[in-house]
Ligand binder design. Sequence first.
Ligand code: GUN
Ligand code: ZN
Length: 423
Amino acid sequence: MKGFRASLLRFVAGDELERIDDALVVVDRGLIVDAGDHGALARRHPGVEIVDWRGLLIAPGFIDTHVHFAQVDAIASLADGLLQWLERCTFPQEARFGDPEHACVVADFFLDELARNGVTSAMVWCTSHLASTEAFFAASARRGLRMIAGKCLMDRNSPATVCDDTERGLAQTEALIGRWHGRDRLGYAITPRFAPACSERQLRGVAELARAREDVWLQSHLAETREEVAWVARLFPGSRSYLDVYDRLGLLRPRSVYAHCIHLDDADRVRMRESGASAAVCPNSNLFLGSGLFDFAAAARTRISWALASDVGAGPSLSPFRTMLAAYEVARLAGVSLTPGLLWHRHTLGAARALDLADRIGNVAAGMEADFVALDPRATALLARRSASAASLDELLFAMIVLGDDRVVRHTVIAGEAAVRVG
Ligand code: GUN
Ligand code: ZN
């Protein structure tokens, strides 16, 4: 049993954030046993070994709901929009992941970077190569992480180096579910790339697998750019919309997460909400590629489930602070002001809810898994200066969102243990 003493940021009464100035978080065997005011808890748990982090702010670990581990070397690549970026910059990088050694090296680098940025769980894309998926799950298992991931399925309109055989891809998916789903803290996501890169036969196979295994996740891309939407309309002339392609095949369901969801109409949004599917909102990626702006007002109006994501490598940063700031700025362009509490929620507890994991991760509370971060509101001179004059918790959170990056994350705790850097 171990107790971490610091300030504490946690969700109470549903989705409200509160701060306890002097708190104790008691952990045992990977779980949070107790969390609250230090005075009361120290009496309740006499003799626990104390880790003294006073001056820091313990907060729930961040959750990235959409990220491609094999695209770390595609970050910062020049291209004229999504489809050119995929063809020229991304697929050549992904093609290298048939090599197990390369996949292992990048998986470890990527997980080190997630920890450094305070991200404790993520919904991750591997490439179409079995080796990339095995490498990612094995590396996550070694670190005791709660991760969801899947092998990318793409059997058409893609270069041969990353294109997959329809039946083999589905058989490998089934085998990977058997090998990794539910092992330690790992979960499997069936991962069809997007409608233009998946044959109807492949998508029907995906639907069959998804129907048979409601406990398994499903992830894809949806309505990211206008050019892509027009391509889907040509490929699937019988569908009312891009979302309708997935809907008709039965691919919208709880535990399904669709990245981007920009070019939708309200009929699509209502269907998304009814189906229990969630949107992974990737504002940094959307700005970088010039894809469009997620409509936060329409999302609120239609009450779709959404959470934040980096979408590295189209997104240039794994930092949740950079993503929250971009979400704020994108919403401002439409005249909407997202509150600091909402931004923080959609990268922690709200993200856990979108992944149907809110009973385990996303908050620092008794019974939850002990995945949390210790943040330093004085990490940089400017942030120290601005946070010193913050008159409320909202102001402090907003200062960290606007001015923060990986330097704010002083410790990342995974299952009660400080994350150890590999390599
Ligand atoms: N659509 C299909 N594949 C991808 C991808 O790798 N990144 C992004 N941003 N969009 C996609
Ligand atoms: Zn993506």
